[in-house]
Design a protein around this ligand. Structure first.
Ligand code: ATP
Ligand code: MG
Length: 602
């Protein structure tokens, strides 16, 4: 392609609304254009990158025996009602765009395709002989994200590869899951990315067992905890660890103490001269279930620890049926105004004990009259602990479970693992922390959707059984941008060769020099014919401008038909290292071919 014929517009300055380097660079270099909040046009250079990523994804998927298809983006609401996700997705989480057609039928724009694929499997899979089966597609997804940001990283319209597998049993599902683990690792390695596979929370999609593939970058929205020995890595949402040991308590007898102005752990510890590891902290949450029921939650945890709200939400979701509900709509720490909606009298905030009376809750119709009390193991393990006295200005010290306080029914792990904690598999290893961008997520769904939607098969023994399912997603557009987030310098993008829009750019420093033009054109043709995807910068611009643009758009190799042509050579510059060398004109193609091959096979 000749730059003179392309829609080639680069910006000198950073666009005002872009926060992270990759977003700024893709806008500046003319790869993408913002059309609306979370909505972007993929301009020709970007589209080439996306095609390359898609091709790598496709090759790795096909190599596992998965088959490509294309499912509808317009999805009838009825399917989502069958799985029970319509209300959660359109109202509670509100992530799905929904619409009503001219026949007054409700439809959703696909944020994901479990329902569609399960409906197909229900109709078309009859026998164990057809299994296992794995279908995938590469397609635009729609999600009405609360906070679209960072360009393609969190769009409202983005490209995803999603695959769904069907199995006779869990063992077969696990096999495919392992194959996907490898395929995903291959995709990311081939795309030139530094990544980590981590244990993940399965979230609203449900099921058990999932792995996220994280591209390591400071701008990542996720925190990853891992050990040096490579044996443990998890998303902080899911991570487990051993907390530091609690100090033994300096209080041996139970008594109530006057602790004025000590409503935080820090203050009470200062006042009583004790360690936060000797305190049972009681944190209040408010959750609303999908049937509108508000439930107040009291979490007891060791004073130096924090609550992991993802784990908490999962525990509360497990309890949903106690309240006649299926899932949770919201979970938060209620502020004073929120508390006023359900308290009869004001709570002794900062002085709450694990047994705070249910009488604080007014008997509203949509409000459960009792606290649900959850206690983290770190709090259960304490002896002679300090905690609130349920009275403003007072704490108790030297308290013990089964003496002054009953251990709540729900002993759970809702503690946030953190940097520096000891690892469970080997306490000598401590957890390290890194930021990551989630580009892929593989799940073992099990029978969640097949049971809900009645997707069964006939087993070898002639029994009708629910299909086991797996689902496997890659954010193709997010992956492409992550590559930039991981690889750029002050002058612009440095694409990994495997996903660069073009391999090479031939730059003519002076288009009024007939010899420069002639050699450049000849090389341009020859390189393209040899399968080296090459641009020709034949614009009537100063050489400096052309070099800057080539650096900005990040093409791996720049070939300059400058002074060296007098000696039958051209200058070849490698974008990543800025290494420059003069190469004989008739050796350029073979040399580049080798370099590119080596770079892609890395
Ligand atoms: P996230 O946790 O980032 O919101 P998710 O867990 O909802 O993502 P999945 O449903 O697992 O995502 O989707 C599969 C993949 O699609 C993700 O791993 C991610 O790479 C990509 N993805 C998800 N949401 C977006 C988005 N809004 N914009 C771009 N890519 C996305
Ligand atoms: Mg996720």
């Amino acid at each position: 392609m000749r730059l003179s014929q392309m829609l080639f517009v680069t910006l000198r300055d950073d666009p005002a609304d872009a926060e992270i380097p990759s977003h700024k660079l893709l806008l500046r270099a003319g790869y993408i254009r913002r059309i609306g909040s979370g909505i972007y046009a993929y301009l020709p250079l970007m589209w080439r990158v996306l095609q390359k990523v898609s091709q790598i994804v496709r090759e790795e998927m096909n190599a596992t025996g998965a088959q490509e298809c294309l499912l509808p983006q317009l999805q009838p609401a009825d399917l989502w009602k069958e799985s029970g996700r319509w209300d959660t997705y359109t109202k509670a989480e509100g992530i799905m765009f929904s619409l009503i057609d001219r026949r007054e039928q409700q439809l959703g724009l696909g944020p994901t395709h479990e329902e569609v694929i399960t409906a197909i499997a229900r109709d078309m899979i009859r026998s164990y002989r057809q299994l296992p089966l794995h279908l995938y597609q590469i397609q635009t997804k729609f999600r009405d994200e609360i906070r679209p940001r960072f360009g393609l990283m969190r769009g409202r319209e983005f490209i995803m590869k999603d695959g769904y597998s069907f199995h006779v049993d869990e063992a077969s599902l696990k096999e495919t899951y392992q194959d996907m683990y490898k395929a995903y690792s291959n995709m990311l390695r081939r795309s030139g990315l530094a990544f980590r596979a981590v244990e993940a929370d399965s979230g609203a999609i449900g099921g058990s067992g999932s792995t996220e593939f994280m591209v390591l970058a400071e701008a990542g929205e996720d925190e990853v905890l891992f050990t040096e020995d490579g044996k443990y890595a998890a998303n902080v949402e899911k991570a487990v660890s051993l907390p530091i040991n609690a100090e033994s308590s300096r209080f041996t007898t139970y008594e109530k103490r006057d602790t004025p102005g000590s409503e935080t752990i820090e203050k009470v510890c200062q006042f009583l001269n004790c360690s936060p590891t000797q305190v049972v902290k009681n944190v209040l949450y408010q959750t609303v279930y999908d049937n509108g029921m508000t439930v107040l939650v009291l979490v007891s945890i060791r004073g130096d620890q924090e609550v992991n709200e993802v784990k908490l939400q999962n525990e509360l979701t497990k309890l949903a049926s106690n309240y006649g509900a299926k899932t949770i709509i919201s979970l938060n720490v209620p502020n004073v105004e929120a508390q006023q909606t359900w308290t009869i009298k004001s709570l002794p905030l900062g002085y709450i004990a694990p047994d705070i009376a249910d009488e604080y809750i007014n008997n509203g119709k949509q409000i459960h009259p009792q606290f649900v009390r959850l206690v983290d193991q770190t709090a259960v393990d304490l002896k002679n602990f300090v905690t609130g006295a349920n009275e403003t200005g007072y704490h108790v010290v030297g308290a013990n479970w089964s003496e002054q306080f009953q251990v709540p029914d729900n002993v759970v792990d809702i503690r946030k693992a953190r940097l520096g904690d000891r690892a469970i598999h080997n306490p000598e290893q401590t957890l390290q922390s890194a930021r990551g961008i989630e580009v892929g997520h593989i799940f073992q769904l099990g029978t969640k959707y097949s049971l809900a939607m009645g997707a069964t098969y006939t087993s070898e023994q002639g029994e009708e059984k629910p299909l086991f399912m797996g689902c496997f997603g890659v954010g193709v557009s997010r992956l492409a941008q992550s590559a930039v987030e991981q690889s750029y310098d002050k002058d612009g993008i440095i694409w990994p060769v495997a996903i660069a829009p073009y391999h090479a750019i031939v730059t003519i420093p002076n288009i009024n020099d007939a010899q420069q033009v002639e050699i450049a054109q000849k090389l341009y043709t020859e390189l393209n014919q040899a399968g080296i995807e090459t641009l020709l910068d034949d614009r009537d611009e100063r050489a400096g401008v052309k070099f800057k643009d080539a650096d900005l758009i990040g093409i791996p190799y720049r070939i300059v038909t400058g002074r060296a042509i007098a000696n039958g050579k051209v200058e070849v510059v490698e974008r990543a290292t800025r290494k420059s060398q003069e190469i004989a004109i008739d050796e350029v193609t073979t040399t580049l071919k080798q370099w590119i091959k080596a770079a892609i096979e890395q």
